[in-house]
Design a protein. Structure first.
Ligand SMILES: *[C@@H]1O[C@H](CO)[C@@H](O)[C@H](O)[C@H]1NC(C)=O
Ligand SMILES: *[C@@H]1O[C@H](CO)[C@@H](O)[C@H](O)[C@H]1NC(C)=O
Ligand SMILES: *[C@@H]1O[C@H](CO)[C@@H](O)[C@H](O)[C@H]1NC(C)=O
Ligand SMILES: *[C@@H]1O[C@H](CO)[C@@H](O)[C@H](O)[C@H]1NC(C)=O
Ligand SMILES: *[C@@H]1O[C@H](CO)[C@@H](O)[C@H](O)[C@H]1NC(C)=O
Ligand SMILES: *[C@@H]1O[C@H](CO)[C@@H](O)[C@H](O)[C@H]1NC(C)=O
Ligand SMILES: *[C@@H]1O[C@H](CO)[C@@H](O)[C@H](O)[C@H]1NC(C)=O
Ligand SMILES: *[C@@H]1O[C@H](CO)[C@@H](O)[C@H](O)[C@H]1NC(C)=O
Length: 857
């Protein structure tokens, strides 16, 4: 049977196969020849002398979409083509004189015919293109490659696998290299297990389940069921000697199967159990017992440094084994975090739509699917940690909201960053990797903003209802918005201006970047008048134009009796200036409750000072997430030249009392913002040194607390690890001393380094010895070594780029007691600043932007 997906419209009138009205408004693809089915008989060979190849006999069933075609052009890279034939009803129509030409450089295989192809629409004719070829596989070949590993019991082993994202299928077999073509794949694998000189292979995986298996003359023929219709980046093939372990979900037959070398299987219990919990959470959430996947989800732990899953993989996933194995003495808490996030995100992708479904759920805008999958990944992780082991201290889901927001904002401010709608119908695999964070994190942040605005329960009820309703059909952002509004329209009357969820989302999806809201309080009026002014947030000086984002405004005030909007955060602004009345009674106002809005806020100096005062005196009276937002904003605004050094330091100097993980995360990521190139604050070495000193002083308390605390609960470990890395990065002497000691200890004995301190340790040791490390490392350790090396390089680049800057008064004073080192990353002796940081006299400060509001009132 032929089911052509994207070329539906070309045959809509003629074909009997098209039964449903699936044509919607899919664009017709204009190509002359379409593939319908690929049949591959692969004979892989792995010699122990490291010669790897496969012979393949393949048949592509194609149909023609244009008359007068006498040549079929295929994409094929790095293959050895042996022979080609083309059949029309068992008649070979290949051009005998020149059957084919193969342009190896451009990767084009042209097959010549002695008669033109008949257009499918008129003649219903299919053709079989048969190609014999050989592929030599090496360790570093793109698309399909070999991996060597040590099996603890049997010694050196090899495997072959594919990673076909980014148009690499043409390295695997000749194909029509277009991700919009979908075809059925039939695989047959022929192996000779255990011939002389060859490695014994007993597991081979493709994207379909095994149908039958035959033994003949030492050969094993494995035939797989026909796959559903998939595009090239959704195919996979893994050929190895792995064993497996599996786990099933509670209410459905959903099964995760992990594949890895036999002796290491024990390390995969953690991820298996985790995957099972996430599947259960997804089922609970979706309220229906619909399986995530028909058939098992195979996950292969590849003993190499593969980093992340492929977007398109659905029932055969591959990832580097440090992203799957949990080895307590080697896996750091960050690696554990990354591992759980990646699997959750991938399971959400699969859940939201995969080729194995019948009928299939198709997302018109794949960037949107990516964003929704990421949003759900954080949502389920939050639930997992809340219900699970971390219950004791809680792991507020809001913390993940902050994380997505920070990650999105870091990439979203550049002038050249496109708006989300720009990705339009681009397939997710074809969106450049530099926009991955934007597409996933920004979309997720916007959803989080809307969730906080209309209320979690209402939002999720609408979301899950929509997803269940659209199962097996199309999801588009337009349709999504209409339905979201329908479900949330009951609160229409609460919106000042009739803003709906869709209008809010729409506004943010169509504009690039994000705004900063400048808040000015006119305290001499009664009631006080609060003026909001939005403009594009930029670190650099250019492009700071006024914006008209539709911003849901929520706020809290210090003396919050009689504050209507504090309880009903339901008003939006869409103009670049807006004012409203609220009595502050001499207190502060803080915008962006729970930090859920995708924008930054700057206040007038008086309000900032009031906020700083409260932070100093009773920081717990301000919500944790708001403190986190304030800290993040202060760093960003300082870097952008919108806040003076004195004011920034005045606000942040309460950090020595701060014990919150979320806030310190903001401080750590915020500190990095200072290093942004061309930022308007005119950063210098002298200022950098001052900031480092400032942070050293503030990190002391939390560092001491965490290092002495033996709690091994996950969030605590993560907090500790991040604080240690940060403290060492700002040259906090006790931290440097500690990690140097750890390093020396592990050199002498066979004990490993504490994985959570490893990155800090490598960074420090590398800095001490200007780049000289270490004996042979495991992949777990090597990842941290690479991160440390990169950070060191960035630090040197920063030092190279920053002008020295004038010595400030504070620096002159300090120079009397410190010994500045010529090497940038060398440890500086610990120093204490005199007095309160608020009194620091600096001559180089970022200019406080003055808001010149002419008489608006
Ligand atoms: C396909 O595109 C070519 C030029 O790009 C055009 O000449 C031809 O008419 C198109 N065919 C169809 C079926 O649209
Ligand atoms: C491929 O070519 C080799 C010689 O170059 C020949 O021995 C072999 O039979 C060919 N294989 C097929 C399937 O045509
Ligand atoms: C393959 O063989 C290895 C031993 O070499 C064994 O550990 C593993 O379980 C086998 N895999 C399968 C799928 O039978
Ligand atoms: C896992 O391996 C066993 C042999 O060890 C095999 O019988 C079983 O079919 C494998 N499971 C899957 C899902 O392939
Ligand atoms: C699970 O699989 C078994 C047999 O393969 C089948 O009988 C059962 O109906 C399935 N259950 C669900 C919930 O799909
Ligand atoms: C998105 O693509 C569709 C068709 O591909 C087009 O009609 C639409 O105008 C595009 N939208 C934007 C905002 O570019
Ligand atoms: C409400 O809408 C009016 C006109 O539609 C607009 O002028 C005003 O700025 C809006 N107010 C808010 C808070 O968005
Ligand atoms: C490290 O490498 C040396 C040789 O370079 C080797 O003898 C030693 O066994 C290796 N250690 C580990 C832990 O692999």
């Amino acid at each position: 049977m032929i089911r052509v997906f994207f070329s539906l419209c070309l045959m809509a009138s003629a074909s009997a196969y098209i039964t449903t009205s699936l044509v919607i408004d899919e664009e017709c693809l204009n190509f002359t020849v379409y593939p319908v089915q690929y049949e591959l008989i692969i004979k892989p060979t792995i010699f122990k002398n490291q010669l790897f190849f496969y012979d393949c006999d393949m048949v592509i069933t194609v149909i023609a979409n244009a008359p007068e075609v006498t040549m079929i052009e295929l994409d094929a890279k790095d293959l050895v083509i042996n022979e080609t034939v083309v059949y029309r009803d068992h008649t070979n129509i290949i051009n005998v004189n020149t059957p084919f030409t193969y342009d190896r450089v451009n990767g084009k295989l042209k097959i010549y015919l002695n008669e033109p192809l008949r257009v499918y629409k008129r003649f219903n004719t299919q053709y079989q293109v048969r190609i014999w070829f050989k592929k030599i596989v090496r360790y570093d070949t793109p698309g399909v490659f070999a991996v060597r590993y040590d099996d603890d019991i049997e010694g050196e082993k090899y495997m072959i696998l594919t990673r076909l994202s980014r148009n690499h299928a043409k390295y695997f077999f000749p194909c029509f290299d277009n991700n919009r073509f979908e075809a059925v794949f039939k695989f047959k694998i022929n192996t000779i297990p255990g011939e002389r000189g060859m490695q014994y292979i007993n597991s081979s995986l493709v994207i379909a389940e095994e149908q039958r298996r035959m033994n003949r003359n030492n050969y094993i023929f494995i035939e797989y069921q026909p796959s559903p219709q998939v595009s090239l980046n959704e195919i996979g093939f893994v050929y190895s000697q792995f064993s497996n372990a599996s786990m099933r979900a509670r209410n459905t037959n959903d099964t995760i199967v992990i594949w890895a070398p036999g002796p290491t299987m024990i390390y995969y219990n953690y991820i298996l159990k985790f995957g099972q919990s996430i599947m259960n959470l997804i089922h609970e959430y979706s309220t229906i017992d619909r399986p995530i996947m028909y058939g098992p989800i195979n996950i292969v732990a590849v003993p190499s440094n593969l980093n992340g899953y492929e977007i398109g993989s659905w029932n055969l996933l591959t990832n580097g084994y440090i992203r799957l194995a949990y080895v307590p003495e080697l896996t750091s808490i960050r690696q554990l975090e990354k591992m759980t996030f990646e699997l959750t995100q991938q399971l959400c992708r699969i859940w939201l739509g995969n080729p194995g479904e019948h009928p299939r759920t198709t997302w018109k805008e794949e960037w949107f699917k990516e964003g929704v999958a990421t949003y759900f990944a954080y949502y389920f992780l939050g639930k997992y940690h809340h219900n699970g082991e971390s219950y004791k201290t809680g792991w507020p889901y809001g913390f993940y909201g902050l994380e997505m927001r920070h990650r999105a904002m870091l990439v979203d401010w550049h002038h050249s960053t496109p708006s989300l709608i720009n990705f339009n119908r681009t397939l997710a695999v074809e969106i450049p990797p530099r926009y991955t964070e934007l597409m996933t994190m920004k979309t997720a942040s916007l959803l989080w903003m809307v969730e906080n605005w209309i209320g979690t329960e209402k939002f999720h009820a609408a979301l899950v209802k929509y997803i269940n309703k659209r199962r097996g059909s199309y999801i588009s952002i337009e349709d999504f918005m209409i339905n979201l509004d329908k479900e949330t329209v009951e609160c229409f009357h609460q919106f000042f201006n009739g803003s709906t969820s869709s209008r809010v989302l729409d506004s943010w999806i169509h504009q690039s970047g994000y705004p900063v809201i400048n808040v000015e309080v006119f305290r001499d009026r009664s009631p006080n008048v609060i003026l909001l002014k939005q403009r594009k947030f930029m670190f650099t000086k250019e492009f700071r134009y006024d914006t008209k984002f539709l911003i849901p405004i929520s706020y809290v005030i210090q003396h919050n009796q009689n504050c209507y909007n504090c309880h009903q955060p339901r008003f939006t602004i869409s103009t670049s200036t807006y004012s409203f009345a609220e009595n502050l009674n001499g207190g502060w106002i803080i915008l962006n409750r729970r930090a859920s809005g995708y924008y930054r806020v700057n206040y007038d100096a008086d309000t900032w000072l009031l906020i700083a005062k409260t932070l100093q005196e009773n920081h717990l009276s301000i919500d944790e997430l708001n403190r986190a937002q304030i800290v993040s904003d202060v760093f960003a605004l300082y870097a952008a030249g919108d806040l003076s050094y004195e004011l920034a330091v005045e606000i942040l100097s309460y950090l020595d009392k701060e014990q919150s993980y979320a806030v310190w995360e903001s401080a750590i990521t915020g500190f990095e913002l200072l290093k942004i190139e061309y930022a308007a604050c005119d950063f210098t070495k002298a200022l950098y040194e001052e900031w480092q000193q400032f942070m050293r002083r503030n990190v002391k308390a939390i560092y001491d607390t965490l290092v002495e605390d033996l709690e091994q609960q996950q969030q605590r470990r993560l907090f500790r690890s991040n604080i240690i890395t940060f403290a060492c990065a700002v040259q906090y002497e006790p931290c440097l001393h500690r990690v140097r000691q750890l390093y020396t200890q592990q050199l002498g004995r066979s004990v490993g380094l504490d994985p959570d301190s490893r990155q800090a340790c490598y960074y420090t040791v590398l800095s001490d010895h200007s780049g000289a490390l270490m004996q042979n490392l495991t992949w777990f350790e090597d990842e941290d070594r690479q991160i440390a090396t990169n950070r060191m390089r960035e630090e040197s680049r920063l030092m190279y780029r920053l002008p020295p800057g004038m010595k400030t008064n504070a620096n002159l004073f300090l120079n009397a007691t410190t010994h500045p080192s010529s090497r940038p990353s060398a440890p500086a002796p610990q120093t204490r600043l005199p007095g309160s940081s608020g009194t620091l006299q600096t001559s180089i400060v970022c200019i406080l932007v003055a808001y010149l509001f002419t008489t608006i009132f």
